[in-house]
Design a protein around this ligand. Structure first.
Ligand SMILES: C[C@@]1(CC(=O)O)C2=NC(=C\c3[nH]c(c(CCC(=O)O)c3CC(=O)O)Cc3[nH]c(c(CC(=O)O)c3CCC(=O)O)/C=C3\N/C(=C\2)[C@@H](CCC(=O)O)[C@]3(C)CC(=O)O)/[C@H]1CCC(=O)O
Ligand SMILES: NC(=O)c1ccc[n+]([C@@H]2O[C@H](COP(=O)([O-])OP(=O)(O)OC[C@H]3O[C@@H](n4cnc5c(N)ncnc54)[C@H](O)[C@@H]3O)[C@@H](O)[C@H]2O)c1
Length: 151
């Protein structure tokens, strides 16, 4: 077991997503359920991502974009670039998740079910993300059809 499940207070954290494609959009949509305070940097950014209440920097990533960042999602489609950004972030001790390389992740995003203040987060230590999503969906269904009581 390499990963400790914890919940992090992010309301005033400096969060950066590098990348503006399918995966970055997906991560940002989940993030937007928890905060309005994040920055996106990428030369091409989807319309769905631009519609979120985040700070958009439509440009190529530079090392200076990491200044002051506390939590980083590296989500470009370029494996080498992702690796390079992770190295820059490590020098700066920034907690980083790399979308295409679980072994490089300092943290991993679980599949989340949220009901008021109750959060159920399902993870597989990065081994089988489809299983995490499947189990989260089953729990959600059991709660929503009344089979699993949470009150
Ligand atoms: C749960 C969720 C949370 C979130 O993202 O916030 C999440 N991935 C989600 C979606 C999703 N991921 C993938 C597909 C396409 C599946 C398909 O092919 O059909 C979809 C579905 C979609 O996009 O709809 C594929 C995929 N995922 C990773 C890789 C790279 C690799 O493993 O090498 C590849 C393969 C790329 C490839 O090979 O092409 C990596 C990671 N994905 C994780 C989390 C972490 C492990 C969590 C755990 O411990 O289980 C980890 C390790 C790192 C991280 O990202 O934190 C979120 C669901 C949110 C929700 O439903 O609410
Ligand atoms: N972690 C996950 O949940 C998950 C899920 C599915 C896929 N993936 C992996 O994620 C990766 C990204 O996939 P995608 O579909 O989002 O790719 P994509 O091609 O849709 O998007 C790539 C993004 O990277 C940006 N980019 C490229 N060069 C850049 C630079 N120099 N600076 C800043 N941004 C730059 C582009 O502008 C674009 O917005 C793939 O390797 C895929 O295997 C991860």
């Amino acid at each position: 077991m390499d990963y400790l499940p914890i919940t992090i207070k992010i309301v005033s954290a400096n969060i950066l997503i590098v990348g503006g494609g399918k995966v970055a959009t997906h991560k940002a949509q989940i993030l937007a359920r928890f905060t309005t305070h994040a920055t996106i940097v990428a030369p091409e950014i989807t319309e769905e991502l631009k519609a979120l209440p985040f700070h958009i920097k439509e440009k190529t990533f530079e090392a200076a974009d990491l200044d002051g960042v506390q939590l980083l999602f590296v989500c470009t489609g370029d494996h080498e670039l992702n690796h390079h950004i992770k190295e820059l972030a490590a020098e700066r001790h920034i907690l980083t998740s790399v979308c295409d390389d679980p072994a490089q992740c300092d943290f991993i995003s679980p599949a989340i079910y949220r009901n008021d203040n109750l959060t159920i987060a399902v993870g597989s230590d990065s081994r089988d993300v489809k299983r995490s999503i499947r189990v989260r969906n089953r729990i959600k269904e059991l709660i929503e059809n009344g089979t699993l009581q949470i009150d």
